[in-house]
Design a protein around this ligand. Sequence first.
Ligand code: RIB
Length: 334
Amino acid sequence: MSTIRDVAKLAGVSVATVSRVLNKNGYVNKETEQKVTRAIEQLGYQPNAVARGLAGKRTGTIALILPDIANPFFPEIARAVEDVAHRHGYTVILCNSDDQGHKEQSYIEVLKKKYIDGIIFASNTLGEEDVQKMQRNKIPLVVIDRAPNRQLCSVIRSRNYEGAKLAVQHLLDAGCKKIAHIYGPQEFVTAKERLAGYEESVMHFPWFSPSLMVPGYFRVDGGLNAVKELLAKHPDVDGIFAGNDLMAIGALKGLHQLGVRVPHDVALIGFDGISLTEITEPELSTVAQPIYEMGSLAAKVLIEKIETGLEEIQLHELDVTIVERESTRRRQAT
Ligand code: RIB
């Protein structure tokens, strides 16, 4: 039996366009509509009755639940989601959960009553029961970034473990002889994977010690305090990988306060790729996540689910890249 994807492929358009032709909602030019109609006839496609039924209940609204809109990483996600949603005729409701499970639960309850068409969730507390509850209520769901379990629903995330190994290798290539890690909250799978990537990369070195890994809580002040604790224990550390850019910015301030020169005495690299790393002194090297692409892809996957009723679970793990700036450009010791 032909699917909506077969129709889209034959007509040379997106699944969302086929859905707009079927449900007669949203703009489709005449030529495209004719191509889609011909493909439907040629394949003898029968629209999914559930998807068409759902079409009647649409509100043209999607919700984006983020854990901390004060962290510049998340507004860039929101920017991308809103751009794609707007292009497809959807409005976005932004919710801030403060990484608190009870706030996330209350948002889900409120959003259910508002008949929103779908939810994009950056959460670490989402459990199997929560996902099944949303599926029972026919609320399409996509999880982004912090995905506790990737079998439950579609997930868009970065390769955190591989990114941590890239960060350590970058510091080794810069000539660092003893590398420490400031890690984020380990209840977040993203922070956990970065810590694992760091540890796997350095544990074979004779200088390695677990005390080279200190918490920074994904915050600026956490990074500042962590670097002071680190250098008190290990004054010979000459490379630091921070598990996100905010902690790296805090570490940079802490190193300045200690009179430590970056990168001459200590090379420093962060993780995320937020724009603040371009205005620090020195500018910060980072492991850049494809933040805008993550948000854009999450919105496209969700809108396709809303408009087609397709339940297939998609896992997109996106590559990260090293952005080298002054904070790791170590000149030979003078
Ligand atoms: O800076 C916030 C962190 O939380 C980012 O690294 C992002 O991946 C999220 O997990």
